[in-house]
Design a protein around this ligand. Structure first.
Ligand code: FAQ
Length: 327
């Protein structure tokens, strides 16, 4: 709990404090000193709600994100590839659990968050609304989607809210493994037949632009960034992280022998960064608003899984109640 503040008598659930509220000053000092806010500390209601929104969206993304790759577990070409993919998809479930737990430290209820997702009142990452058409997509998701997730999430290990930052440390370690397995799979396919190389290039063509969209809208069109950055929940803007991802990925594409589908992509010696084209922002808006290629299918599947698992939750709750009553 390095740098934790103790809010003492200040209620964690209190809303906007009066000017005399000591919690407000302690909170401001904690943020200014780059220390961590912990669950029992006083925090502004907006900070709490912003965290619940982002952490819930992130947790939902991990759980819905199991679907596109999960579809390939039974069709993976070898036992080794099947075992690797199964482990990866299970890791995503674990990430969802850490994140829902972090949201619960803020007073959110996991069942309520799932309901909000299913009813379309909370979002999940746009990327998981695209189809996985060939086994090369599994490799490209590992390389590009997990790669983008790492770029976005490593700075979140320094997020100002303790439980979120600590969850991100473990998640990022696992995401790094995921990215390497994707790259290794693609390397293997690129060393295979002409057809396999074509499959990889086709998958890269389909996933490149949606991967860039994962970082969110451009900074000028990102209503939450300024406040989240002032509170040090987010450490970098959407565009900064997108640039970091492009700079990291271009040399990897060269080593792999694939072409990134962007004619505007070139090294800019003055900026010491790659210049690149803009994703189709209208498409991102459409996917986020629930009208992407597979939004309905993804939510229907999640809804089905939720109702299939209801008896397990009921049994666990009955078991816990029995133990509480001592019978
Ligand atoms: N998709 O003002 P901003 C993974 C929404 S990685 C959907 O810029 P903010 C690992 C945004 O929520 C993927 N919605 O928002 C994995 C807001 O709407 P709201 C998950 C998006 O929060 C790999 C509105 O647009 N990672 O799962 C997207 O400051 C492989 C305005 O945007 C995270 O969630 C989008 N792409 O910045 C799993 C990371 N972009 O909520 C399986 C944590 C924006 O006001 C397989 N999250 N929106 O109604 C973040 O870093 C941030 O929330 C951003 C958005 C950067 C995503």
């Amino acid at each position: 709990m390095t740098g934790s503040i103790s809010a003492g008598s200040v209620s964690p659930g209190s809303g906007s404090p009066g000017p005399a509220d000591p919690g407000e000053q302690i909170f401001a000092d904690t943020i200014a000193r780059d220390q961590r806010v912990e669950p029992r500390d006083w925090m502004p209601d907006g900070y709490r709600q912003t965290l619940i929104r982002q952490i819930a969206q992130h947790a939902h993304s991990e759980i819905i994100g199991m679907q596109p790759e999960g579809e390939w577990i039974t069709r993976a070409p070898t036992l080794r590839r099947k075992a690797i993919l199964l482990a990866k998809v299970q890791d995503e479930a674990g990430h969802g659990l850490y994140l829902y737990s972090a949201a619960e430290t803020l007073g959110a209820d996991r069942g309520d968050l799932t309901r909000r997702l299913i009813e379309g009142r909370q979002k999940y990452s746009s990327i998981f609304n695209y189809p996985t058409l060939s086994f090369a997509d599994v490799g490209v998701i590992g390389w590009l989607v997990d790669g983008a997730a790492i770029c976005n999430q490593v700075p979140l290990c320094r997020s100002s809210y303790g439980p979120y930052a600590r969850a991100m440390i473990r998640i990022c370690k696992e995401e790094s493994f995921h990215q390497r397995q994707g790259y290794e799979l693609l390397m293997t396919m690129m060393g295979g037949t002409e057809t396999q190389r074509d499959m990889v290039q086709d998958a890269v063509n389909r996933w490149w632009w949606p991967s860039l969209m994962m970082f969110g809208p451009p900074d000028g069109d990102s209503p939450n960034s300024a406040r989240s950055m002032a509170w040090k929940i987010k450490r970098h803007s959407n565009d900064e992280l997108r640039q970091r991802f492009v700079d990291m990925t271009v040399p990897q594409a060269d080593a792999l022998g694939v072409t990134l589908p962007d004619p505007a992509l070139r090294w800019n010696a003055d900026r010491e960064h790659y210049d690149f084209g803009q994703p189709d922002w209208a498409e991102l808006k459409q996917v986020i608003s629930g009208d992407g290629p597979l939004n309905r299918q993804r939510i229907a599947r999640r809804k089905q899984a939720d109702s299939d698992g209801a008896w397990v939750r009921e049994a666990a709750a009955a078991h816990a109640a029995k133990h509480r009553s001592g019978s």
